[in-house]
Design a binder for this molecule. Structure first.
Ligand SMILES: Cc1cc2nc3c(=O)[nH]c(=O)nc-3n(C[C@H](O)[C@H](O)[C@H](O)COP(=O)(O)O)c2cc1C
Length: 188
């Protein structure tokens, strides 16, 4: 390796920070669970499809196998501690909804509830999956999506009002910085 290069501890550090979401799932015996995820991406517009990489050891994986649907809830930077907590504890051991006082409300088109305090929501159903290594890459059809009107327009987030949380590494998170417009001069 050249003197002017460094190999980070993990390959994916090159691909972080990434937006983080809270995945709410319906599990056996009526239990509801929530976990944080940042390995999520849009895939196709027609039909509206996203993919999320979910560790097969997680309780969320078990719940997705049970119910086949989820809500994808967009947290704000004010939720940083909650996002970290539900991303480092398992619903297999505790009831995260009551322990972390996660307030839920009815979704529009699926039976899994959504997180009331989120800034926006996607209601999704499992279309198919691919197992890769320790992960099940879920391909979800987007059944419904909506944002809080006070922080968004039909063009998406108003980042002066919505402080969208991104995950760096470990306990490190980021929010969005300056808006840059292509075609103009790049501010330094
Ligand atoms: C910011 C953040 C992002 C995470 N992203 C993912 C992810 O994309 N996929 C995943 O499987 N786990 C991810 N995790 C880890 C899970 O949230 C963690 O394993 C959680 O304990 C699983 O909970 P469960 O067993 O209740 O499903 C992330 C954790 C944090 C804190």
């Amino acid at each position: 390796m050249g003197l002017d290069e460094i190999k980070p501890k993990k390959f994916y550090y090159l691909l972080h920070p990434r937006p983080v979401v809270v995945i709410v799932t319906k599990c056996a015996n009526g239990k509801i669970n929530a976990m944080s995820a940042s390995w999520i991406t849009p895939i196709s517009e027609d039909p509206p499809t996203i993919a999320v990489a979910i560790d097969r050891a997680s309780f969320t994986h078990e719940c997705l196998e049970y119910s086949g649907e989820a809500t994808i809830n967009i947290p704000s930077s004010s939720h940083i501690n909650l996002v970290y907590e539900i991303g480092t504890t398992s619903g297999r051991e505790i009831d995260k909804i009551s322990k972390f006082r996660i307030e839920l409300t009815t979704s529009k088109r699926i039976t899994t509830p959504r997180w009331s305090e989120a800034l926006g929501w996607l209601e999704v159903k499992v279309d198919r999956y691919i197992d890769v290594g320790e992960v099940r890459l879920y391909i979800f059809n987007v059944i419904e999506y909506y944002m809080r009107k006070d922080v968004a327009s039909e063009w998406g987030w108003d980042t002066r009002r919505a402080s969208i949380l991104h995950h760096g590494v470990g306990r490190g998170f980021y929010t969005i910085g300056k808006l840059l417009l292509a075609g103009g001069s790049i501010p330094t």
